[in-house]
Design a protein around this ligand. Structure first.
Ligand code: FEC
Length: 304
């Protein structure tokens, strides 16, 4: 399961309305979102990237099928675009699937993110007579940590040698409404744990911190501090001039990386004379695909 993205500009309104639980956006909100897609080239790269991740997972599971004694077949279910989660599960039922494992292309559990994918898939699976189990999270899987640690080190090495130890490392993830912190939700702790594990793996002594990105435009308070405010504060109060932003909460290139970090955060950094670099997204890194396959197999075998 993955977030989903439109296939073209005409579908943006339907997509945005789905994200807003059936409330259509205002003309201004819609234009703003279309402008952001235009700014990244009028493209919707998440679809291609999700397809590639699912294909790579299918290949990996095919390789493992002998050892696992089971044949897996991958289906997609998207949170806000077709095939919707419900449509993916119904397709499995039509194909006669009786047993399934669900996994979300997002490593950190929150009741508002992964939890809601699982709820929708589970409800449809029950109606369709499919016994479905789920991977809840995989935020500390050793290969995930290894893949990010290597990326952080490689990106750091692109700064001039004499300033590498001064580069501030900021791990970011999608903000969520702050009320999750009153719900015993593991999201914040899991993001902190992944970030700390990545730093530990690199052995770097750089200062590092967490910031939140892409908060929704709603009146409720969202998790902060926001990455743009963090950049301003670091420059003004700590005179930081070099920053590495690692979007640890995301697994592929899409609007929230290509616009929110590469265009918006970069433009604020430029205004502040901050040198900003970001590691490449995981996309189909074989270690990420191995994490997915390992967790699917683990849940299938009852120990995931
Ligand atoms: O490239 C693309 O087309 C899609 C990029 C995209 C990803 C993504 C991931 C997450 N979101 C999460 C939570 C929320 C909450 C709201 C919300 C709103 C939006 C909007 C767009 C959007 N999100 Fe998203 N999200 C992506 C795109 N997201 C576009 C609507 C306009 C805007 O606010 O920018 C607020 C909903 C509401 O109004 O009530 C909450 C979380 C993730 C990471 C986990 C996951 O992938 O599921 C959490 C990618």
């Amino acid at each position: 399961m993955s977030y989903g993205t439109p296939e073209n500009m005409e579908q943006v309104e339907e997509y945005y309305t789905h994200i807003r639980r059936g409330n259509p956006p205002s003309a201004e909100q819609l234009q703003d979102l279309k402008d952001r897609y235009e700014a990244i080239g009028g493209l919707f790269p998440l679809r291609k990237n999700t397809n590639a991740q699912v294909e790579a997972l299918q290949d990996k599971l095919d390789q493992l099928q002998g050892a696992a004694g089971v044949q897996f077949r991958c289906y997609q279910g998207l949170k806000h675009a077709h095939p919707l989660i419900e449509e993916g599960v119904q397709e499995m039922a039509r194909d006669g699937i009786k047993e399934a494992v669900g996994i979300v292309l997002a490593p950190h559990y929150s009741i508002m993110s992964v939890g809601s994918y699982i709820k929708r898939a589970q409800a449809t699976a029950e109606k369709a007579g499919i016994s479905m189990r789920f991977v809840q999270d995989y935020h500390l899987h050793p290969q995930l940590i290894e893949a990010w640690a290597e990326r952080v080190q490689d990106t750091l090495s692109q700064f001039e040698a004499h300033i590498q130890n001064q580069v501030r490392i900021i791990f970011t993830a999608h903000s969520l409404p702050e009320k999750i912190t009153e719900m015993n939700d593991p999201y914040v702790d899991q993001l902190l744990a992944t970030s700390k594990a990545v730093i530990d793996k690199t052995g770097l002594a750089n200062h590092w911190q967490i910031a939140w990105q892409s908060a929704g435009q709603t009146p409720v308070p969202w998790l902060g501090p926001d990455i743009l405010d963090v950049l301003r504060r670091l420059r003004q109060e700590e005179k930081v001039e070099h920053v590495l932003i690692c979007p640890i909460g995301f697994v592929s290139d899409h609007l929230e990386i290509l616009y929110d970090i590469d265009i918006e955060a970069r433009s604020v950094a430029r205004e502040l004379s901050i040198e900003l670099k970001r590691p490449p997204s995981l996309n189909t890194d074989p270690r990420y695909i191995a994490v997915l396959a390992d967790k699917v197999l683990g849940v299938y075998q009852g120990d995931g």
